[in-house]
Design a protein around this ligand. Structure first.
Ligand SMILES: [Zn+2]
Length: 417
């Protein structure tokens, strides 16, 4: 998708310009956007306001569904109406050899759409969603459950799901713009998953819906007036580089320096490159230390001996050494007669994010333990959420925050259709 700013608007009168600026100020939009004076449009495609979100990381055997008010069940392929119901009480949904079973209702189709007359009115596993639900029966009988929702509605939940209100208005605006860009970028990569664009988890970005169940079964809000206002104030605004949207990777805390995006992600664009970040020091995982026994570590990799290569050795100055840690740094292990190189992110994947919060760590051997000293939370590429909080406190606006974490990028407003 290429975006081209309008460049022929010079003939608009000063009055017209003032009206645009006045309207922008009224809506509290991100300050100093080129869109205030020269609104860009999409030249080759249109702003697609629908997004498809997978509600589980992998297909499931069954799911719990509940619909408030009148329900229409259609074919997801043709939109032909298959069934209507006054409502659907709490029902287990599973597949049958020739269709999908919803409580007592059998729908003789393997790809269906569920819609209600009044939104939000569909609960899946006790999360309340706007939009529609698509159910796809996979070949192995499991179900892929997808929420088809307007992008801006989706973002109202993503903002609250990803970043608490205490992080500040400008940090949350920046989060919203990064999330919108990320979602649209993922939508363009349709070849990877035919039925959906994004996951509802940290595999893509967190999306809890309008309401979700708390630990004691209470209902918690997944979006708020604040998040809806932020979505409206940044409506249609995205990050671009070379007139094209790019994958706006972000993580919880970089620990002082973001990483080279291409070290972890093949599709990382030029703006996802290392920048110093002095603002995420309040994050709990700005610095961390974890240890596992050498025996457990070696067992995990089916190896006999751990050899620390030079770049794995920690130095005494933790602040310096942690900043130098790189996800592609290696350590060596001995397996039978061969020596294998392990990259940091592979070690993190194998031990799990609950053990190693990021792939940015140094390794030392201490007695019978392998000690990991690291920085940050998440992959460390691009926008740093805790850093955005720190920048907000210093008075940076959303545009400045994003341009620091995605150097060379621009903000533009996409045309709304
Ligand atoms: Zn940071």
């Amino acid at each position: 998708m290429r975006l081209q700013p309008f460049r022929k608007f010079q003939r608009f009168t000063i009055l017209c310009g003032l009206l645009v600026i006045g309207a922008s100020l009224y809506w509290g939009r991100v300050a100093m956007l080129p869109t205030v004076a020269v609104p860009p449009v999409i030249s080759e495609t249109t702003y697609n306001p629908w997004i498809r979100v997978a509600l589980t990381n992998s297909p499931v055997r069954s799911v719990e569904l509940r619909c408030h008010g009148a329900v229409t069940i259609s074919s997801a392929n043709s939109s032909d109406v298959l069934q209507r119901a006054d409502k659907i009480s709490v029902s287990k949904v599973s597949s049958t050899p020739n269709g999908i079973q919803i409580g007592n209702l059998h729908v003789p189709a393997t790809r269906i759409e569920i819609a209600v007359d009044r939104e939000p009115g569909i609960r899946v596993n006790n999360h309340l969603y706007r939009g529609k639900i698509h159910l796809y029966r996979m070949r192995d009988g499991r179900l892929r459950v997808v929420n088809v929702v307007r992008l801006e509605d989706y973002l109202a939940s993503v903002v609250d799901s990803e970043m608490p209100r205490e992080f500040g208005q400008e940090a949350r605006k920046a989060q919203c713009i990064a999330a919108r860009t990320y979602a649209l970028y993922q939508q363009q990569q349709r070849n990877s998953h035919p039925y959906f664009d994004l996951y509802d988890s940290t595999r893509s970005q967190m999306y809890l819906g309008v309401e979700y169940p708390g630990p004691q079964g209470q209902r918690w809000a997944g979006e708020s007036k604040s998040s809806r206002r932020i979505v409206n104030e940044t409506r249609g605004i995205v990050c671009i580089y070379n007139d094209t949207i790019f994958c706006t990777y972000f993580s919880a805390a970089c620990g002082g320096k973001t990483i080279q995006g291409t070290d972890l992600f093949a599709d990382a664009a030029s703006p996802v490159s290392p920048v110093m970040c002095e603002w995420c020091g309040d994050a709990k995982l700005h610095r961390w230390e974890r240890r596992v026994t050498t025996e457990r570590f070696l067992k995990l990799f089916d190896s006999q001996k751990l050899i620390l290569s030079e770049n794995a050795l920690a130095v005494n100055d933790m602040a310096t050494s942690a900043l130098e840690a790189n996800p592609k740094d290696t350590i060596l292990i001995q397996q039978d007669d061969t020596t294998i190189e392990l990259q940091r992110h592979n070690i993190q994947q194998r031990l799990g994010a609950h053990v190693l919060p990021s792939p940015l760590f140094q390794v030392i051997l201490q007695g019978t333990d392998v000690v990991f000293r690291g920085r940050g939370h998440g992959h460390g590429a691009g926008f740093c959420q805790w850093g955005a909080r720190g920048q907000d406190k210093q008075g940076h606006d959303a545009q400045k925050i994003l341009q620091i974490y995605y150097p060379g990028s621009q903000l533009v407003e996409m045309a709304k259709q």
